[in-house]
Design a protein around this ligand. Structure first.
Ligand SMILES: [Mg+2]
Length: 241
């Protein structure tokens, strides 16, 4: 099936849509687990699971403006370490200090593992030959800008919007309004992996959406308010080009 109407611009989400954030995150978590002896004493899977759960909660608080970026940076390591009893012989200040160092090393190592999602580069390259493209992403400005550099996206993306630079995160309507600029909302198509941030957020802003959901169940796919649900980027190309 082909898209019935041509969009005027196609926006892409970055993390876990075009770029494989989850694998890079897991590998960097493994790196700090192995590099810091107090952390390596807890099983790796517990460390990763605890971090991911706490990190998600902290991102929600950050998104709601309840904690600062600096707090998010160290608390996502301090809290899992504390919960797992890492460094029991350290006092609170020493554990905080360790969390800061782990956080820095994590970010440095995370940058070594960036890769495209399979098929995403080919799809992006071909789509940007036919449509103006944009990037709309949540995240830290410095990190997301480095990704844009690394994957050479500046040359092709007509509009680049990073939540930290706008002051609100997806799915806040303000960031979609800001991203669309002079385009009419119904002329914007957004491709993203998050049901809440991308598909529901985009739909609420009046945008058309494509949900990249390689692991969703059939029921989830049916219930999603997206115009199209894809499991791989070939499907997006067939629909759009
Ligand atoms: Mg994403």
């Amino acid at each position: 099936m082909k898209s019935p109407i041509r969009p005027s611009i196609v926006f892409f989400d970055l993390d876990d849509t075009l770029l494989d954030h989850k694998s890079a995150e897991t590998r960097a978590l493994q790196f700090v687990h192995d590099a810091f002896s107090p952390i390596s004493e807890v099983p790796l899977d517990q460390w990763i699971q605890s971090y991911k759960m706490i990190n998600k909660g902290l991102w929600d608080l950050y998104g709601a403006g309840k904690i600062t970026r600096k707090e998010l940076h160290y608390r996502r390591f301090y809290e899992p370490m504390n919960a797992l009893g890492v460094g029991e012989d350290l006092n609170k200040e020493q554990l905080k200090e360790l969390a800061h160092i782990v956080g820095k090393d994590y970010m440095l190592n995370y940058r070594h593992h960036w890769e495209w999602i399979p098929g995403a580069k080919e799809a992006y390259d071909q789509i940007q030959e036919h449509f103006p493209t944009g990037i709309l992403t949540n995240g830290f400005a410095e990190t997301q800008r480095l990704k844009m550099d690394y994957f050479q996206l500046w040359d092709t993306a007509e509009r680049v919007v990073i939540s930290e630079e706008v002051g609100v995160m997806k799915p806040h309507p303000k960031i979609f309004k800001h991203a669309q600029g002079a385009y009419r909302p119904e002329d914007v198509l957004y491709v993203g992996d998050s049901l809440t941030s991308d598909v529901e957020g985009g739909t609420a802003a009046g945008w058309r959406t494509v949900w990249y959901a390689p692991n969703a169940s059939n029921l989830e796919k049916l219930q999603a308010p997206a115009e199209l649900v894809i499991s791989d980027f070939q499907e997006l190309k067939s629909w759009l080009l």
